[in-house]
Design a protein around this ligand. Sequence first.
Ligand code: G4F
Length: 329
Amino acid sequence: MPPKALITGITGQDGSYLTEWLLGRGYEVHGVVRRTSSLERSRLSHLYADGSVYNQTLHLHYADLDDPTTLRRVLLRVAPDELYHLAGQSHVGLSFDIPESTCEMTAMGTLRLLEMVRDLPKPLRLFHAGSSEMFGRPAVAPQNEETPFQPCSPYGAAKVFATQMVRIYREAHGLYAVNGILYNHESPRRGENFVTRKICRAAAAIRDGRQKELSLGDTSARRDWGDARDYVRGMWLSLQQDTPRDYLFASGVLHSVQDVVEVAFASVGLDWRQHVRQDPRFMRPAEPTNLVGDASRARAILGWKPEIGFEQLITEMTSAERAQSGAAA
Ligand code: G4F
C-alpha cells in the first residue's frame, strides 16, 4: 500500500509543490479544497490534465476549516498517514484589515484540526506550517527554534497560538505533531499580492510594454527569502523522523525589498529608477525587524539545506512571468 498524505491548502504555492514532491515519492495524495464560487486551482492544472494522476494518485475533497464536520469526514474517509496543514489566510498586510477571520481560520482552524486528529482511530503524523512572522521584533538575530515569539501582526499572533497548540498537543496528548517555522519562501507560483511576485510580474510587464510603473510600500523592509521548493522538501523530511520536534527553515541571509527590485529589473535590462515609486497605501501599520533564521537543527537532523539562492530565484520568477505572457524569456 502506498503511503497516504492529506494536504490542507493544496491549491496554494506550497500545497502544489508538496503534491508534486509526494507524488514523485509514490504517495497517494489527497487535498482539501473549499467549495467556493471561483475555484483557484491553476497551480494544479497540469496534474488534473494528467489522466494517470488525477483521481488515480491525486484526489480532491470538499471541506472547510470552519466547517469541522466536513473536515472530520474527510479525515475519517482518507485515513492519511501524514497530514500537512498549510491552509490559512497568509497575507500579513491583509490581517490588519481582517483580523477576526484571520484568527478564526489560522488559530481556531488549527485547534479544531488538532481536536479531530486527537480523536482519530488511526494515528497520523501532522505537519503545521508556522511562520517567521511569529518572531515579530525579536531581541536576537538569527532566530532559532528556542527564540521567544513577539508577533507584531494579527497574522503573527494567530500563528503563535496555532504553533503553541501544536506543541501542547504533542506534549500533553502524545500526538506526532511538528511545527515548521518557515521564513519567506517564493516561486513563480507565489500569490500575486506578495511583494516578490508583484515586483517580478511588474518588471516583466514593464519590459514588454504592458505596464508603466510599479507602486510599492516600504522598500527598505528586509526579509530572509528562500525558494518554496526547498521548503516543501523540509516539510516532508520533518515527518520522516522517529521523534517529532519543531524545525526552522530559512536561508540565513537578509535582503531588502529594494534588492528584489534591483535584481528583477536588471534581469530584464531595465533601470528601476525610471519605473518604481513608493505609495503609502502599501505601508503596514507595523513591520517586523531582523527576521533572519538559523536552520542549524534542520541541517543537522534532516540534512536539509536550501539549494536555490536569492538571485537565481528572483531571476527565474521574472523570466517565468515573461514566458507566461508569451514574451521572450
Ligand atoms: O511579500 P510580503 O507580503 O510577505 P510577508 O509579509 O513577509 O509575509 C510572508 O512571509 C511570512 C513569513 O514566512 C509568511 F508567514 C506569510 O504568510 C507570507 O508568506 O511582504 C514582504 C515585505 C514586507 O515588509 C512588506 O511591508 O515587503 C514589504 N512590501 C513593500 N511593498 C510589500 C509591498 N509587500 C507587499 N505584499 N506589497 C507591497 O507593495
